[in-house]
Design a binder for this molecule. Structure first.
Ligand SMILES: C[S@@+](CC[C@H](N)C(=O)[O-])C[C@H]1O[C@@H](n2cnc3c(N)ncnc32)[C@H](O)[C@@H]1O
Length: 252
């Protein structure tokens, strides 16, 4: 089993990954981000929606939202969160490598570094190709990543943070000449310790631009966050906007 297929990873580290603070921050970004501004009734795909962090506020904001995720447990949490918020959402359990709904979405979002999980680079490229096909002409992709430039300032020293009644120790290892990285996490709560790790690609802005161009996107713009700030030495995220140009695809 690959690490991202393991539901226990997402559940056991939920306090760090999907904290109430992150949920509140997502609600704020959906209200205020110029990159997430949408006409009423816009169709949105949240690829790797997790427990509904962005999915639910996007739906309560008036978008018609589909959430796709591989994790049944996280999809259940997204359903519960949507019900609690009185939001209507469509949830699909699927792998982003195969999920395509041609000419359907005005916006596709991939939030909180939900991209670059597959060891074979062609599979990550395939995800971008699928996204372009699922967008309507003129539709946009927003990719929110922990980029290579940002990661270079972060990696190097182990990190310790307080989470959800415990302490999380994080140690990163760069793999394959800065192509990928491995992160080892240990969550200590009282007398118990839960260890987990994940590995993924870490992309520079130039690398992700090239991948998006190869997938047929145009209008590629890089930002340092969801406020639309510049992607410069102060950036704490890499948020990339890319547009599907052209006419609807013709199916023979
Ligand atoms: C870091 S979490 C981010 C979740 C959410 N976007 C957020 O902002 O909280 C990554 C998500 O991608 C999902 N995921 C991992 N591999 C996937 C795949 N092959 N296809 C679809 N979803 C996947 C995970 O289950 C998880 O919900």
């Amino acid at each position: 089993m690959q690490w991202y297929e393991d539901d226990t990873f997402w559940v056991d580290f939920a306090g760090a990954l999907f904290s109430p603070g992150r949920q509140a921050e997502a609600r704020r970004w959906v209200r205020t981000s110029p990159l997430l501004r949408l006409p009423a009734g816009a169709t949105v795909l949240d690829l790797g929606c997790g427990p509904g962090t962005y999915l639910v506020p996007l739906a309560t904001g008036g978008a018609r939202v589909t959430g796709v995720d591989l994790s049944a447990v996280l999809l259940d949490q997204a359903r519960t969160a949507a019900e609690a918020a009185g939001a209507t959402v469509r949830l699909v359990r699927a792998d982003m490598r195969t999920f395509v709904e041609p000419d359907t979405y005005d916006l596709v979002v991939s939030m909180y570094t939900s991209f670059g999980y597959f060891t074979d680079p062609a599979q990550n490229q395939l995800v971008l190709h699928n996204v372009r096909r699922s967008l309507v002409p003129g539709g946009r992709l927003l990719l929110d990543l922990f980029s290579k430039e940002v990661f270079a300032r972060w990696a190097g020293t182990p990190k310790v943070v307080d989470v959800d009644g415990g302490t999380l120790f994080m140690r990163d290892t760069i793999l394959d000449d800065w192509t990928r990285f491995r992160s080892d996490w240990t969550l200590v709560r009282g007398d118990t310790a839960r260890h987990g790790h994940f590995e993924q690609f870490v992309y520079s802005a130039a690398e992700i631009r090239a991948m998006l161009a190869a997938a047929g996107f145009t209008g590629i713009r890089c930002f340092g966050g969801l406020a639309g700030e510049p992607y410069d030495h102060r950036a704490t995220r890499l948020v990339v906007e890319a547009t599907r140009a052209g006419q609807p695809e013709v199916t023979p």
